[in-house]
Design a protein around this ligand. Structure first.
Ligand code: HEM
Length: 410
């Protein structure tokens, strides 16, 4: 695990989840911190505590009264104190958040996802048809990105042809991360485009109602007996439409790279397709696309024996909790038969990811499509492009592969 040039102890003392080293040495950093300083303080971004053990992360994420979202979910914060939530329900404390969460739940219920299944399968098939005869493709850009975007827009009731607008800009290959404030500014710029598209969709829906879809639901929804305000409508659309795209894309990219580098595992999965749901759970545990999120203490308290004062921020590292040997046997073994597998990749408690079963559906279908139609694909190692800032997203922007050309499924 130890690499020569990187001083993990020094990094842990000035922990910075936006730094390039964080991306490059994520597991090494977390291993060191879980062992030596499981509740560590850093002065970065005004100061915060970093929690790396499963037990400590659980303690915080389950105690919404002591650990609040009122300062936002990221560090530096995605909003100023007193600003309305950027994401609804994701940026609001319970019980208020439940009022918004329950509006979204029917869209991703088991029956809604069962009805969506054929569309996801057909979309994956057509996207693979687009490159299967070429013998080369970028599995993230040519499959994961369009698939997750098109499916989400279908669920939301937005024009599917607009999908490229909802996709993050690509950075220079293997560039350094942008300063966090600049990265946040660009995200907000992208949200501004989406905001207008969401308002236009609401107008169209009002003039010419179409059944189903998120836009229609949000128009009909009532919170405390009243209609949603415009700001609430936008924050809910952003959380649902934009929140789930990049995470699922990142999960798929990391998983494809892993399987290319471990052909025995890939063959095992190909020979035993019934393992797919459990294999996707293990991919979620091992390659947590969202390594961690923040809360702020509402009173003086303690975590893992470390006093935390009111107003101090804590950063819960799901990715580290998922590798904690106190919770998972042999945590670095990729085990498609692992049982139980209670990873924290989707968080837990009041804000447990609402889109988790949609991600599972998309991941299982994309994986099986690739394993069936390009079973011996090879990753082009020198073309792999990591996401440069892994503070909220860990994985690949680009996973070029080569394979024996095949025929279209039609
Ligand atoms: C691999 C894919 C995904 C990962 C790793 C992920 C991760 C998470 C995590 C960790 C949380 C909890 C945040 C917290 O406790 O502060 C969350 C919440 C949420 N996620 Fe996901 N997510 C994924 C996919 C999706 C998808 C596909 C959607 C949309 C369909 C989605 C929509 C949401 C929403 C709306 C919430 C807020 C729930 C609430 O506050 O009650 N996510 N997600």
């Amino acid at each position: 695990m130890q690499s020569e040039a990187f001083d993990v102890a020094a990094f842990a003392r000035r922990f910075d989840h936006h730094a390039r080293e964080y991306s490059d040495h994520l597991n090494e950093i977390f291993d060191h911190m879980r062992e030596r300083c499981p509740v560590a303080h850093t002065d970065a971004y005004g100061g915060f505590w970093v929690l790396t053990r499963y037990e400590d992360v659980m303690r915080v994420v389950r105690d919404d009264e002591t650990f609040s979202l009122r300062a936002g979910m990221s560090i530096p914060s995605n909003r100023n104190p007193g600003d309305p939530p950027t994401f609804l329900p994701g940026d609001l404390d319970p019980p208020e958040s439940f009022k918004y969460r329950q509006i979204l739940e029917p869209l991703v219920s088991p029956s809604a996802l069962a009805a969506l299944h054929p569309f996801v399968r057909q979309t994956a098939r057509e996207l693979v048809d687009g490159f299967i005869d070429k013998g080369e493709a970028d599995l993230v850009q040519d499959l994961a990105v369009p698939l997750t975007a098109i499916v989400t827009l279908r669920l939301a009731g937005l024009p599917e042809a607009d999908w490229p607008h909802y996709v993050a800009e690509r950075y220079e290959a293997n560039s350094d991360p942008l300063p966090p404030e600049e990265a946040m500014r660009r995200v907000m710029e992208r949200f501004a485009w989406s905001r207008q598209a969401f308002l236009d969709a609401r107008e169209r829906q009002r003039e010419n109602p179409v059944e189903g879809g998120l836009v229609a639901r949000l128009i009909e929804a009532r919170v405390d007996g009243r209609e949603l305000t415009e700001a609430e409508y936008i924050s809910m659309m952003i959380n649902f439409v934009v929140g789930g795209l990049e995470t699922t894309q990142a999960l798929l990219g990391s998983s494809w790279v892993y399987l290319a580098r471990n052909p025995d595992q890939r063959e095992d999965l190909r020979q035993n397709p019934d393992l797919m749901p459990a294999a996707v759970e293990e991919m979620l545990r091992c390659f947590s696309p969202q390594p961690g999120l923040a809360r702020v203490a509402t009173r003086d308290t303690e975590v893992g024996g470390q006093p935390i004062r009111e107003g101090e921020k804590v950063f819960m590292c799901w990715a580290s909790a998922n590798r904690d040997a106190a919770k998972f046997d042999d945590p670095y073994r990729f085990d498609m038969r692992r049982k139980p597998n209670r990873h924290l990749t989707f968080g837990t408690g009041a804000h447990l990811c609402l889109g988790r079963n949609l991600t599972r559906l998309e991941a299982q279908i994309c994986m099986s499509e690739v394993l069936t139609r390009l079973p011996e694909y090879q990753a082009v190692e020198e073309g792999l492009e990591r996401i440069p800032d892994s503070s909220t997203l860990y994985g690949y922007l680009s996973v070029p592969v080569t394979f024996t050309p095949g025929g279209k499924a039609g």
